[in-house]
Ligand binder design. Structure first.
Ligand code: NAP
Ligand code: MG
Length: 401
């Protein structure tokens, strides 16, 4: 059998711990036998980031920008505790995802992988709901303060051209808290573009919601920029693709989402997206079944699993135990990237392979063979066989061949 040939390289970002182990197994048993993998490899494992003063992360992000498609393994974001575990760390390197997002200026889209035997908590949901969370500003970079009774606050704004306006805060007669938030038109516009591009790329309706009736300038700015981008740059493509853009107030959106059949993208401001993505993922089942893709406004795509490096399982693995770690989201990161590479390079056989691998995974799960995390969630448990990661990967490989 001849292997599928690729044209443009896929940017491969390797990672840490249990997901690094699974990463190599996926390549060896599910990909390399069928594809002549053309990857530009970047080792984003913690020690490699440490050795290169994190330059490797920047190089990987620039490569993703250059080639347009990347696939990333979960990575450790070191904290003080990791310093004990890795005494050679020169510093607590910042989150690789943060660095990559900064360079690609992208938006993260998270989508659950649905299974017939894990029913969403919300009865009406038939298809996954994708959350697009704006990842800049608002409360996450707010200036906030505590005020004692009797304190007087004033906001002084210098427009940089000699004009100064002063706004008094209300007089505080009891202890009080206050906060000043900001966002930039540039970041909001990038967010809007990423959302419209991703909706077109996945052929799904796009919803966007804010509280613009209350925050007329702030949330109103978000609403207006989205409307302007849509009118000027996306309306025709949306019509041709047969999808719609729908703006509504966030309270109305929440009520509609709960009554909807799903199957659309819901774009949200930073805080709303933070909260709603946790609700959506737990209502659909499990973090181990959640995929994530970072889309830049100029159309680069970076695919990954939404979960982390599954540290607890890794320590069991190091002790020689067989773990039952769910590899699905990591496999789907690969299939997402291969499908996108195939689409951009005009390689239908690569896209067909990605689809077949996804089907092999879902069919294996639907036959009752699954890792422990899913076995615990599954309905109709009599036909369920909980297996180790190795056994699960072998079952998928068997179906695939
Ligand atoms: P985690 O790796 O997502 O794991 C948390 C727990 O969720 C696991 O202990 C496991 O529960 C369950 N779980 C997650 N993925 C699973 C899978 N594929 N199969 C089965 N169970 C799964 O989160 P964490 O323990 O908070 O973080 C570990 C490391 O990952 C940290 O160093 C963090 O910085 C990093 N991280 C990286 C990313 C990223 O690169 N995108 C994202 C998040 C966290 P049980 O132990 O109960 O089985
Ligand atoms: Mg959250």
């Amino acid at each position: 059998m001849s292997k599928i040939q690729m044209k443009t390289p896929l940017v491969e970002m390797d990672g840490d711990e249990m997901t690094r182990i699974i990463w190599a197994q996926i390549k060896d048993t599910l990909l390399s036998p069928y594809i002549d993998l053309k990857c530009e490899y970047y080792d984003l494992g913690l020690l490699s980031r440490n050795d290169t003063d994190d330059e490797i992360t920047r190089q990987a992000a620039l490569a993703a920008k250059k080639y347009g498609v990347a696939v990333k393994c979960a990575t450790i974001t070191p904290n003080a505790q990791r310093k004990e575990e890795y005494p050679q760390l020169k510093k607590l390197w910042r989150s690789p995802n943060g660095t990559i997002r900064g360079i690609l200026d992208g938006t993260v889209f998270r989508t659950p992988i649905p299974l017939s035997f894990v029913r969403p908590t919300v009865r009406t949901w038939e298809a996954p709901i994708t959350i697009a969370r704006h990842a800049y500003g608002d409360v996450y970079s707010a200036v906030e303060m505590f005020a004692e009774p009797g304190a007087r606050g004033k906001v002084v704004f210098d427009d940089g051209a000699g004009s100064i306006t002063e706004t008094d805060l209300p007089a505080f007669t009891s202890p009080a808290v206050w906060s000043i938030q900001h966002n930039t038109y540039k970041s909001i516009r990038s967010f809007a573009k990423s959302c419209f591009n991703y909706a077109l790329s996945t052929k799904q309706d796009l919803w966007f919601s804010t509280k613009d009736t209350i925050a007329k300038k702030y949330d109103g700015g978000f609403k207006d920029i989205f409307a302007e981008e849509y009118e000027n740059n996306y309306k025709q493509d949306f019509a041709e693709t047969g999808i719609t853009y729908f703006y509504t107030l966030i309270d109305d959106a929440v009520a509609r989402v709960i009554r909807s059949p799903g199957g659309f993208i819901w774009a949200l401001k930073n805080y709303d997206g933070d909260v709603m993505s946790d609700m959506i993922s737990s209502a659909f089942g499990s973090l181990a079944m959640m995929t994530s893709v970072l889309v830049s406004p100029d159309g680069a795509f970076e695919y990954e699993a939404a979960h982390g490096t599954v540290t607890r399982h890794y320590y069991r693995h190091l002790k020689g135990e067989k773990t039952s770690t769910n590899p699905i989201a990591t496999i789907f990161a690969w299939t997402g990237a291969l499908d996108k590479r195939g689409e951009l390079d005009g390689l239908p056989e690569l896209q067909a392979f990605a689809k077949k691998l996804e089907t092999a995974c879902i069919d294996t799960l639907e036959s009752g063979v699954m890792t422990q995390d899913l076995a615990m969630l599954a309905e109709g448990s009599e036909k369920i066989t909980p297996v180790t990661t190795d056994e699960f990967l072998r079952a998928v490989a068997g179906r695939l061949s």
